[in-house]
Design a protein around this ligand. Sequence first.
Ligand code: ZN
Length: 402
Amino acid sequence: MIIKTNILTCNNHVDLVFQKNAFLNINENKIVNITDNYTGDYKDYTNYLALPGFIDTHTHISQKNIMGLQKPSLLDWLDTYVFPEEEKFTNRNHANAISKSFFDNAIKNGTTCLVAYTTIHREACDIAFENAKKAGIRALIGKVMMDINSPEKLTENASKSIEDSISLYEKWHGKHPLLEYIFSPRFAISCSKDLMKEVGDFIKKNNAYMQTHLSENLDEIANIKSLYPGFKSYADVYYQCNLMGEKSIFGHCVHLTEEEIDLLKGTNSKIAYCADSNFYLKSGEFDIKSAEENGVVFALASDIGAGTSFSMPYHAKMSIYRQSHTQISPAKAFYLMTLAGAEVLSMQDRIGSIEINKEADIVFYDYTGLSVLEPESILSRIIYTDMSSQIKQVMIAGKELI
Ligand SMILES: [Zn+2]
C-alpha cells in the first residue's frame, strides 16, 4: 500500500522530522520505504497529517466507568470508587462491555499502543485480551494481583493469583503479534512479600514484563514504611523482591529519594509519568528533571480512571502544565507520548516513530487547518487544543481501523 501524505515525527526528544507530500510504502505491518516521488497508484492522504500512534504506558481498563469520580487522596479514592467498581468484574458481560468500549475510545483518540491493568479476575483479563485482539490495538495487559490489605472480594490467595497470572501469560505471551502479557502486582500495600518475590523470580527467569505503582502519595509511602520496616525505601521493597529491571514499569514515582532513583537507574527500570492523575488525586509533582538528569527512561500515561481523558495529547498538555519549574516544549511532549513510550517498552526498534523498518502505527489528522503552520506550531495546536475530532484515520500495524 502506497500512501501520499504529510509526515510529522520525531527521532529523539528534540528534533522533529517533517516531510510534506511524502510517499509512505507500507507492506503488511511495516513501513518499507518513504520517498519524495512515486509513479504508480497511491492512496491520496495529502489532506491528512500523519503522526506516530500515541503510546499510553499506564492505564486501568477496569476504571473506565469511574472516570471523574474524585476524592482528593489515593487511598480514600481506591476505597470509595475503585474497589467497588473492580468487584463488578466477576460479571462477564460487564467485563466485556467495558474493555470493548475502552479500546474503541483509545483508538478513536489516536492511541495505538497501551499498557493496562485489568482486575484480579482471570476471566475479565482474558476477555480484555480477546477484545484487544478484535479491536486491532497493540496492548500489554495484566491481571491485577492483590493478596493482603484489600477488600474481601478483591483478596486472592497468593498461589492462586500466581497460578492465574502464569496461565494468562502462557496463553497470551508471544501468541499474537500485537499482544503481550504484563505481570501486575497492584502495589506493595496490597501484595505480600512472598507473592512479589515469586513474581520477581518468574519475570527474571522469563524476561517478562511487569508493572506496578511506586511512590504515588505520601500516605501510601507512610503505609509502606510501617508494613515493610526492614527495607530502606518503598523502591527497595520491589528491588529486594526482584521486581526491578528493563521490562518493569513503575507508575507515578512522584516522591522518590535519591537512593530510589539510583535503584531505578541501576536496574534500567522505567517510569510511567501520570501527569493528570498526579494532580487529580493531589499526589504531587513528578520530578522530571531528576529523572532526566539521572537517565531514567520515562513516558506519558493516562492512568485512567484517575486520569480524566483518553486523549494522549491532553495528557501531553498536562505534562507541560504540571511542571512548575521545568519547561517542556510541544516537541518534547510529543516525544513523551510517542517514541519515549516505545523506549519504556523496549520497543523503540519497532514502534514510536514513522521511519523505515518500523511497524506502521499511525494517526492521521485532518491537515487542512494545520497546513499553514510550522511543525512546532502544528504540535502546539494538537496538544493545547482538543483536536480529537480531527482524527480521520488510525492505523495499527498497517491496518486502518476507522
Ligand atoms: Zn494506576
